[in-house]
Design a protein around this ligand. Structure first.
Ligand code: CO
Length: 191
């Protein structure tokens, strides 16, 4: 795959369709400047501000953009909210579609064939491998990302966090909890 991508990049560069410096700048931006902390801000605000949560539920793209998180691969966002009855989990079965402006670049496992196929066939088994065991009464819903639509999971707010500031809440929000392969951290647990 690496060789194929490099060959493709060489051809596109030779033909003048892409500028390698521009590609480097894009990759650097998403690798070092934009990452899951953006998504954590969104989640913390949703936990703290019911009006924002409603907005996020009805128009995630606009609600997220209001915090300044816009850009490539985040043009059309949908937020899905976990609760006791339903747990949401995101996959891209075809490739690696992922909400870059809120989560940065996808982890390697997200792009792997085993995750992409097993997340759909056996989500509970995959969750167990991530160390997440949910009660049988919690249904698991798997969302397939596409080039047109990207999902952000809003994990459940941990108990014992009443009155916490958004900054403090954001520290409990992990990348995996926003993909649905993890839960938010419990207060007092190591970060
Ligand atoms: Co994809």
């Amino acid at each position: 795959m690496d060789l194929r991508v490099r060959a493709l990049e060489s051809v596109l560069t030779q033909k003048g369709y892409v500028d390698p410096a521009a590609l480097d700048a894009l990759i650097d931006t998403y690798q070092t400047k934009i990452g899951p902390r953006n998504g954590a801000r969104v989640v913390a605000k949703a936990w703290s501000d019911p009006q924002f949560a409603d907005w996020l539920a009805s128009d995630a793209t606009a609600a997220i953009a209001s915090l300044g998180f816009t850009g490539r691969q985040g043009e059309h966002m949908v937020a899905v909210f976990n609760d006791a009855d339903q747990h949401h989990m995101v996959v891209c079965t075809l490739c690696s579609c992922y909400p870059w402006p809120v989560l940065g670049l996808p982890p390697t496992w997200y792009k792997s064939a085993p995750y992409r196929s097993r997340a759909v066939r056996d989500p509970r088994g995959v969750l167990a491998e991530f160390g997440v065991t949910l009660p049988d009464t919690t249904a698991i819903r798997v969302w397939d990302s596409t080039a047109e639509l990207r999902y952000l999971v809003i994990p459940r707010r941990p108990a014992g966090t009443d009155g916490w500031s958004e900054d403090k809440l954001a520290d409990l929000v992990t990348r995996d909890s926003m993909i649905g392969t993890g839960l938010a951290r419990q207060p007092g647990s190591a970060s």
